[in-house]
Design a protein around this ligand. Structure first.
Ligand SMILES: [Zn+2]
Length: 269
């Protein structure tokens, strides 16, 4: 069997043995060759090495069998290993409880680990996800450039938080020319407004403006991503929107909303 790299081989070896419930010793542990044997003294052993030129790693021999009892306590299952295993779960649900994770790990990885190790693993996974997700924000400017290049007359507004170092994302307005055209050429002058939570680790709120066409289908007109749903952000979104589609004197619009937080101040209507 071949692996993309030494790192991949190590990961697979670790994962396989955690799942099977065996701990390993590495009498030969180098970048170009690895020999692993069973810590319990069974005659199982594996040897893999770099194929000439690299970076492919290949198993050269694997022989023997594990004859001793399996162990559900495994030092190979350290917090870094667990962090990797639970990363996708934590990405989907960053509020997941430690007990829930403990059950999942016992079931999926066949290993008993302490609560503290899971707490550390979850923290590590979250840090990695945040780091990766945060880097996406750095790409926003390039993304805007590209979208505008292929969708002329679209509108993108990105605002940074004031006086933040390093530069930090605050909010963003986004509307494609095609969305605007659909509204202006084929929709009734009615705009629905709504907001929802973004269930990503960085969080925030999505604000949307929706139109309805002659077939009663929904047409997205504009989107905004903001930190919180409040009066200031709704005002900002609506100003950008009206500036975009022509408002106040040029076109008359009717807005529909579900009493969004901050859109209609309490007691003001
Ligand atoms: Zn063994």
């Amino acid at each position: 069997m071949k692996f993309k790299s030494e790192t991949e081989f190590r990961e697979v070896l670790r994962d396989y043995n955690v799942r099977e419930g065996y701990e390993l010793l590495l009498p030969k542990n180098e970048n170009c060759r690895i020999t692993a044997v069973c810590k319990n003294g069974c005659n199982w052993r594996i040897h893999a090495s770099l194929i000439m030129g690299g970076p492919t790693f290949q198993i050269k021999t694997i022989k023997g069998e594990h004859t001793r009892a399996k162990s559900h306590v495994n030092k190979l299952a350290n917090y870094k290993y667990l962090a990797k295993r639970i990363e996708s779960i934590v990405r989907d649900n960053s509020d997941i409880k430690i007990d829930q994770l403990k059950n999942l790990i016992t079931r999926k990885c066949a290993v008993e680990v302490s609560k503290w190790k899971i707490i550390r693993a979850k923290k590590t996974a979250l840090q990695k996800i945040r780091g990766v997700d945060n880097l996406q924000y750095e790409l926003l400017w390039d993304y805007c450039e590209t979208v505008l290049q292929f969708n002329p007359n679209s509108k993108f507004v990105i605002r940074r938080k004031e006086d933040y170092d390093p530069p930090t994302f605050d909010k963003m307005y986004f509307s494609l020319q095609a969305m605007k055209n659909s509204l202006l050429s084929g929709c009734r002058p009615i705009i629905g407004l709504d907001g929802c939570f973004l269930k990503t680790v960085p969080g925030g709120q999505l604000l949307v403006a929706i139109g309805r066409d002659g077939n009663d289908n929904m047409i997205p007109i504009a989107l905004a991503v903001v930190q919180v749903e409040n009066r200031e952000n709704w005002t900002w979104f609506l100003r950008e929107l009206l500036d975009d589609i022509g408002g106040l004197g040029e076109n008359m619009w009717t807005f529909i909303s579900d009493i969004q937080k901050g859109l209609i101040e309490e007691g003001a209507y």
